[in-house]
Design a protein around this ligand. Structure first.
Ligand code: AMP
Ligand code: MG
Length: 389
């Protein structure tokens, strides 16, 4: 059995970045920028007015000036303004040549074509210089996850389409004769496929494009069909059938259907019977079926894999440190991801940690990480955890 860290190392060997695609800027939100972008213009493109007022060549208390024209946003005034003159101007309008400042309209009294500057005009010029926001060629570097602010900036740079990392296509295959989909009527010995939908949501959050395949039944023909339907995926994720029981189809049958295994079994709790490798052109991860095991493996392994496929740094899920509000007993030989909640006093692990209890996972907002063979921990000690929200 390998450690979580070793498993991640092997997963990063399997998970190669997928390369870019070009999308319209409107579709770029939450995508990973794959190539630097550069501004195609200066912003503002001209010296612009920051206020409504009068553009003038000189400012002095009591100065009387003749208004020779008007410059509004989208309607510039393209004659020089000289000593003794003023141009009526509005926010966002080009400042005429020769103007040194914009006197705000509150500091001016107007009489027909004449204005008089008041007793104490502000000394702020209220002119936004050309290129004051950015200049042609200013860059946004590849590798960032684009958010609303980036989109606004790129729009201002007149970038209408961007090169982003292609979304990993993930085929999700649940296995089990006992499973039905939510909304269906289960038989007396059946349950509802749950982690399948949770993993689908997780992958969407991560920027992948998950696809739920029909549930594979616990026989070779059904699993084979599922793998055929998975064709074209960058990543195949199977759920369940990963242990060594008679009915564990993935562990028993996937190798003869084309699965080339890199590793099987990780020293962790929950989630021990994890496997990974390649299936044809795709990477494959076989998750244990227990609902919490599958979800924890999603956070610990699949999230970093998807990020690596998106060209983000290949690194484990980011950990935080927190203080224990209650003592914890010694840990066994497997790294333990304990469902816990964060409170004002610190982290509190739930008493029940069985890998089937989704209700506890639903209440948890943290997974406390207990290293292998970690000794007992007292309240007040610092531990590492994975935030779940
Ligand atoms: P398995 O790994 O197939 O032996 O499954 C372990 C446990 O997880 C069994 O109790 C299964 O019924 C359950 N299980 C397997 N797959 C799913 C799933 N997609 N959703 C919910 N429970 C599942
Ligand atoms: Mg099963």
């Amino acid at each position: 059995m390998i450690s979580v860290a070793e498993a991640l190392d092997q997963l990063f060997v399997l998970a190669q970045p997928l390369g870019p695609e070009v999308v319209p800027l409107l579709e770029a939100h939450r995508r990973v920028l794959a190539q630097d972008v550069a501004a195609t213009r200066d912003q503002p493109p001209f010296d612009g007015s920051a206020m409504d007022g009068y553009a003038v060549a000189e400012v002095a208390p009591g100065l009387r000036l003749r208004v020779i024209g008007e410059s509004a946003a989208g309607h510039g005034f393209y004659h020089p303004v000289k000593s003794g003159e003023a141009v009526r101007i509005f926010t966002g309008a080009p400042v005429p040549e020769g103007a040194k400042a914009v006197v705000i309209q509150e500091d001016v009294s107007r009489d027909g074509d004449w204005i008089t500057i008041g007793d104490s005009p502000e000394d702020n010029s209220h002119i936004r210089p050309a290129g004051g926001d950015f200049r042609v060629g200013d860059r946004i570097a590849a590798g960032r996850i684009l958010g609303p602010n980036d989109i606004a900036l790129m729009a201002s740079m007149n970038i209408a389409q961007v090169s982003v990392a292609r979304r990993p296509g993930v085929a999700l295959i649940s296995t089990g004769d006992e499973l039905v989909m939510p909304g269906e009527i289960p038989g007396p010995d059946q349950i509802i496929a749950s982690n399948t939908l949770g993993l689908h949501a997780l992958m969407r959050d991560l920027g992948a494009e998950p696809r739920l395949l029909p549930i594979a039944r616990d026989n070779e023909a059904s699993l084979k069909t599922a793998f055929e339907l998975a064709r074209g995926a960058d990543l195949i994720v199977t759920i369940g059938g990963a242990s060594v029981g008679d009915h564990d189809v993935v562990a028993n049958l996937a190798p003869q259907l084309g699965f080339e295994q890199s590793f099987y079994k990780v020293a962790m709790r929950p989630g021990k019977p994890l496997m990974a490798g390649r299936f044809g052109d795709a990477m494959m991860i076989g998750l244990p079926g227990n609902p919490v095991s599958a979800m924890v493996c999603g956070h610990v392994f699949i999230a970093p894999v998807i990020r690596a496929m998106l060209g983000l740094p290949a690194e484990p899920a980011p950990r935080r440190t927190g203080v224990l509000a209650e003592a914890l007993p010694a840990n066994g030989p497997r790294e333990h991801y304990m469902r816990a909640r964060t409170t004002a006093d610190g982290l509190v692990a739930f008493g029940a940690q069985d890998s089937s209890l989704l209700s506890i996972l639903g209440q948890a907002d943290a997974l406390i990480i207990r290293p292998r063979k970690d000794g007992p921990r007292a309240a007040g000690e610092t531990v590492e955890y994975l935030p779940l929200r």
